[in-house]
Design a protein around this ligand. Structure first.
Ligand SMILES: C[S@@+](CC[C@H](N)C(=O)[O-])C[C@H]1O[C@@H](n2cnc3c(N)ncnc32)[C@H](O)[C@@H]1O
Length: 232
């Protein structure tokens, strides 16, 4: 997405912690210069850009109600919305979980404050905000049926560690769903570091032991890619 407002403090900790990351001098101005499996990691969208997440045109650009209907939630599901931002997806999912809940996970306390405000304002009781760190989504172990990341994964500064934390939080057989702008299509008017190819997503999820199940190209500009945590 064409974010204009970035929080420099969030993008500063780019020093590689392990051999899976590589720092390059020549890189996109929209990225950290930090590469994972040959993909440059995007800068985090700062909370001052929260209004951008709630822009009305997203309804047609991204069709969030279609995302929700594709995922076939069960009423007692526990869904983790990782990189929840303002809760744009969390609050569209929570009404379906009449016996379940959404864990709305984000790195920025200011985003979680917005979620708390919207919960109170709309009297919603089944959305639980969780503060993540750069390397850990802080999910309770083996508690989640489906972990959803909408327009978020490409900006995780420690994607491998964060995904390992998500896998630990999933129940065996639980699903991981990534919704990312299609990197294969040069005509989608989004900055390249904010798009991902299906090939890249599958490579990165395989690296943390997830099994690809299906890719749905039913959205105007994004893929919706589904993975599963193996039973054993
Ligand atoms: C572009 S916003 C998308 C928000 C939301 N998913 C939506 O579709 O409206 C990405 C969000 O991911 C969060 N984020 C980035 N890195 C994260 C991490 N490692 N763990 C949790 N949240 C993260 C950011 O703080 C930001 O709120």
């Amino acid at each position: 997405m064409g974010y204009l407002l970035l929080n420099p403090a969030m993008a500063s900790a780019a020093s590689p912690s392990s051999t899976v990351y590589e720092q390059r001098r020549i890189h996109s101005p929209d990225g950290l210069g930090k590469f994972y499996m040959d993909r440059e990691i995007a800068k985090v969208m700062g909370h001052t850009g929260a209004f951008w997440l709630e822009r009305p045109s997203r309804e047609t650009e991204e069709q969030p109600s279609k995302v929700v209907s594709i995922l076939n939630f069960k009423p007692d599901d526990v869904v983790a919305d990782i990189g929840a931002g303002t809760g744009y997806m969390s609050f569209r999912i929570s009404p379906l979980l009449t016996k379940g809940k959404v864990l709305a996970v984000d790195l920025q306390p200011e985003m979680l404050d917005i979620i708390e405000f919207l919960k109170k304002e709309n009297n919603i009781t089944n959305v639980e905000p969780i503060l993540a760190t750069l390397t850990n989504p802080n999910l309770p172990p083996e508690s989640v049926d489906l972990a959803l990341m909408v327009d978020a994964y490409h900006e995780f500064e420690y994607p491998q560690e964060t995904m390992e934390g998500i896998v630990r939080g999933l129940k065996p057989g639980g699903r991981v769903v990534l919704v990312e702008y299609r990197g294969e299509n040069p005509f989608i008017m989004i900055k390249p570091v904010h798009k991902m190819t299906q090939r890249q997503v599958r490579k990165e999820m395989q690296a943390v032991g997830l099994v690809w199940r299906e890719t749905k190209n039913l959205l105007p500009q994004q893929h919706l890619i589904v993975f599963e945590k193996p039973q054993a």
